[in-house]
Design a protein around this ligand. Structure first.
Ligand code: UT7
Length: 331
């Protein structure tokens, strides 16, 4: 039976750097508060009408180059985003068109911060079953056009950034490497703890002047509640995938946690008893780019030489839904 390996990774972040200092011009906040509570010092925001599909394309081209693969060798696209360019169709088909991929399928995944891990679960199952050989897995997010950049929205606005990450996954017959397991979960009892109420197809019209005046088109979050669940579910998910293979946290060579808040990553790291050199964080520079955080971090970790053949890599995510999950990969 084939196993799934990462043949290449890539990422794209917009040029526009938004520092904590810049945010103080729009809202009552401070560099000190943001750094202390989140670890973030700057993030990237799109400008000039940049689309999610275009950022995804740029990240994908980099991943294809790294994989030494032509775009027309891709058999399917899985694209994770909570901020699609349009209500429909999904961003995946725009990416498919821009890459000139004929009629290969494009599946959009809506699992928020866990989107890349959910997508990996799907892509890995397709590859292992023999349905597809090469799958392009992308996480892309434009948060900056959907956040309340005033004091009212400061708890969320300071956290999020824009970007895209991509991975080319391919089938191999090598028995000694590849994706070992991915486990995913959700708990919709917490759906409104972190959500955007409007626009909504439950209403006609889907968004009203009143919605906009009340700020219902902006995401809202019970930050402490999300934090509390994240620091429980993330280590739990890592332990779940490890135990499926009789492995321990000490067997992990590199952990890439979803980049929601540096304090969350540090707590997850502590709960798993991992030293600093075994955890990769880049939230300091990009903020939380939701579905894009893990593939951006993975692409950077690869380029920084943090992963060698045979290393045990763990990916773990938690986010709105709630959704969460983890994946274990023999690199
Ligand atoms: O992928 C999942 C996505 N989301 C998350 O993972 C978020 C998880 N939660 C968090 O990261 C944290 O809860 C936050 C960073 C969002 C907030 O940190 P906190 O330590 O939980 O602060 P808090 O919400 O309890 O707020 C403390 C104070 C409040 O003021 P008062 O009521 O004590 O006067 C807030 O109004 O901090 C205030 N505050 C801010 N102050 C300056 C909230 N946001 C800001 C801000 N700048 N940006």
């Amino acid at each position: 039976m084939p196993v799934t390996v990462f043949a290449g990774t890539g990422y794209y972040v917009p040029d526009r750097v938004v520092t904590n200092e810049e945010l103080t011009q729009y809202m009552d906040t401070s560099d000190e508060w943001i750094v202390e509570r989140t670890g973030i010092t700057e993030r990237r925001w799109v400008s000039d009408g940049m689309s999610g599909a275009e950022m995804a394309r740029r990240a994908s081209v980099m991943a294809l180059e790294a994989a030494e693969m032509r775009a027309d060798e891709i058999d399917a696209i899985v694209l994770a985003t909570l901020s699609p360019d349009h209500f429909f169709p999904g961003t995946g088909v725009f990416l498919q068109r821009e890459l000139g991929l004929g009629t290969v399928p494009a599946l959009d995944i809506r699992a928020q911060c866990s989107g890349f891990v959910y997508g990996l679960s799907v892509a890995d199952a397709w590859i292992r079953s023999g349905q597809f050989r090469n799958v392009l897995l992308v996480g892309v997010e434009i948060q900056s056009t959907g956040i309340d950049v005033s004091t009212r929205g400061r708890d969320i606005a300071v956290l999020f950034g824009d970007g895209a990450g991509a991975a080319v996954l391919t089938a191999t017959e090598d028995a000694d490497r590849g994706v070992l397991s991915t486990r995913i979960h959700s708990d919709g009892r917490h759906a409104e703890v972190l959500w955007a109420e409007a626009a909504s197809s439950r209403k006609n019209p889907r968004i009203s002047k009143e919605d906009i005046e009340a700020g219902r088109h902006y995401p809202t979050m019970e930050g402490r509640d999300v934090f509390k669940h994240a620091v429980t579910r993330m280590p739990e998910a890592v332990l779940e995938v490890l135990s499926a293979h009789g492995l321990e946290p000490s067997d992990i060579d590199l952990l890439i946690p979803h980049q929601a808040n540096l304090r969350i990553s540090q707590m997850v790291q502590r709960r798993l008893g991992l030293p600093d050199e075994k955890v990769f964080n880049n939230i300091q520079s990009y903020g939380n780019t939701t579905a894009a955080t893990i593939p951006i971090a993975l692409a950077e970790a690869v380029r920084a030489g943090r992963l060698g053949r045979g290393d045990l890599l763990a990916l773990v995510a938690f986010g709105s839904g709630f959704t969460w999950g983890a994946s274990l990969i023999r690199w």
